[in-house]
Design a protein around this ligand. Structure first.
Ligand code: 2AM
Length: 485
């Protein structure tokens, strides 16, 4: 058998098949393999018919077809299947060969696998692949991390098949060592949760607060998509609002049960933010909002018992729609600032050298959060790679100044009218907290010292010196020492 293939791909579900066809279109020879081998034949006789794709019916056969060093990409279910395939592959590979995991793996698994394979002389990449079926077929956003020596082996393939920014740059670049790629993909998904929740809150304010019809909301989203909010998620929301079931003429959106599902990547982001002590509050609220939505039966019961104000938003409807738009934009800025704060802290913790401008570029096209907005983030980090926080960049600071009154009006009206807007609200609270020189944590420290002798630092003494007060005169003067939780 001739060793002519550039790469093998294992896992012929939708993403795997589409990535193979994308690679094939860009001139690469791909070997396709799947656990259930009948899917290989099915793929070759349908989607891949007439292409250069080669089918393999065993791992041995697949490996023999590959040029060296061998490159094998897994597009299988995250979790055990990835470990099982790695173990099945290893006896057929030699040091210097590369295994790529393109599934939605949790980053600690990717860190573990990278260390394991590197210790045996193999190369490993864990890469985020975003953009769904269509992205995989015509240009996904790709976020690879792992063994640095692996990057030159696949750079050409990955950057050829990836989406391109309007400036023509590929939405794929090296992210960092071991689990960096999957961490960035996870954060992308968390931000996606946040963006979706913000849009849902804008929708609810317009629908419940202003009594707007789907057509009117569609028109608003048409306008929104022309400006600073121009993005894939605004675009699909616009189209969803206009969609009518061809058979019945009914608006499908109105027929959909209001309980959200989730696969867990938003939760992973929130858990990581808690582990790292980073206040990524908006993604957290977005995850919890999905959880609350899923408690449908409880909500139905409570809606008959718990009272709230009668909804009445007076004044100029058009002006309030603009307030909502600006609240959405300002909240989105906070969410991305929080997301990049998380990345920066993860970089410290896991010793990754992340390039934030490049990450924004990878998300600019191809993935679900793709937007004009990400082009601005890329520009902000390019102008100042050491930017301490996105909120402090001139462009975003300027927008926040401009949007602030509207943002506060939208949140106030929502609160006064009993319309839940947890993401808008937490974003504003974060903004006000972040810009506060002094927060009430002096009282908190006093309470901790009062009941647990946990000590406190003083504003009139150098940092790092700790004091204890015998608040009641009854406790001793012994402090509990410092510890962090
Ligand atoms: P299958 O077609 O043989 O089920 C997405 O589900 C992809 O992951 C499919 O290619 C599927 O293979 C593969 N997959 C799912 N669970 C697997 C497992 N336990 N072992 C190997 N491959 C698995």
């Amino acid at each position: 058998m001739e060793q002519t293939a550039d790469i093998a791909l294992i896992g012929l579900a939708v993403m795997g098949q589409n990535l193979i066809m994308n690679m094939n279109d860009h001139g690469f020879t791909v070997v396709a393999y799947n656990r259930t081998t009948s899917k290989v034949d099915e793929f070759l006789s349908t989607t891949a018919k007439g292409s250069k794709v080669i089918g393999a019916h065993s791992i041995e056969e697949m490996v023999k077809l590959l040029k060296r060093p061998r490159k094998i990409m897994l597009m299988v279910k995250a979790g055990k299947p990835v470990d099982e395939f790695i173990e099945a592959l290893l006896p057929h590979l030699e040091p210097g060969d590369l295994i790529i995991d393109g599934g939605n793996s949790h980053f600690p698994d990717t860190i573990r696998r990278a260390k394991y394979l590197e210790s045996q002389g193999f190369l490993f990449i864990g890469t985020g692949v975003s953009g769904g079926e269509e992205g995989a077929r015509f240009g996904p956003s790709m976020m690879p991390g792992g063994t640095p020596a692996a990057w030159p082996l696949v750079k050409d393939i990955f950057q050829s098949i990836a989406a391109k920014t309007p400036e023509g740059e590929p939405c794929c670049d090296w992210v960092g060592t071991d689990g960096a790629g999957h961490y960035v993909k996870m954060t992308h998904n968390g931000i996606e949760y946040g963006d979706m929740q913000l849009i849902c809150e804008a929708y609810q304010l317009m629908k419940e607060g202003l009594g707007m019809s789907n057509e009117e909301m569609h028109d608003a989203f048409v306008e929104w998509n022309k400006g600073e909010l121009d993005s894939y998620l605004i675009e699909i929301t616009r189209d969803i609002l206009a969609y009518k079931d061809p058979a019945t003429g009914e608006q499908t959106l109105d027929k959909i049960l209001d309980t959200a599902g989730q696969k867990g990547t938003g939760k992973w982001t929130s858990v990581s933010s808690l582990d790292l002590g980073m206040p990524v509050t908006l993604i957290g609220e977005a995850v919890y909002a999905r959880c609350l939505s899923a408690m449908k039966d409880d909500r139905v019961r409570a809606s008959k018992i718990l009272s709230g104000p009668k909804i009445k938003i007076a004044g100029d409807k058009k002006a309030f729609v603009e307030d909502i738009r600006q609240a959405l934009l300002a909240s989105k800025i906070v969410s991305y600032a929080q997301g990049f704060m998380l990345l920066a802290e993860a970089a410290k913790e896991y010793k990754w050298d992340l390039n934030y401008g490049s990450i924004a570029m990878m998300w600019r096209e191809g993935c679900i959060i793709r937007s004009v907005f990400l082009g601005k983030i890329k520009a902000a980090y390019e102008a100042d790679p050491k930017l301490a926080n996105l909120l402090l960049a001139d462009y975003f600071n300027g927008l926040l100044k401009r949007c602030q009154d509207s943002w506060r009006r939208a949140v106030s009206q929502a609160v006064l009218n009993g319309i839940p807007v947890p993401a808008f609200t937490t974003a504003l609270a974060f903004y006000d907290g972040y810009r506060s020189e002094r927060l009430p944590a002096n009282l908190l420290q006093a309470q901790r010292d009062y009941f647990g002798a946990h000590t406190y630092e003083r504003i009139d003494q150098p940092r790092g010196k700790f004091f204890h007060t015998n608040w009641t005169g009854k406790g001793g003067n012994i402090s509990a020492g410092q510890y962090t939780v």
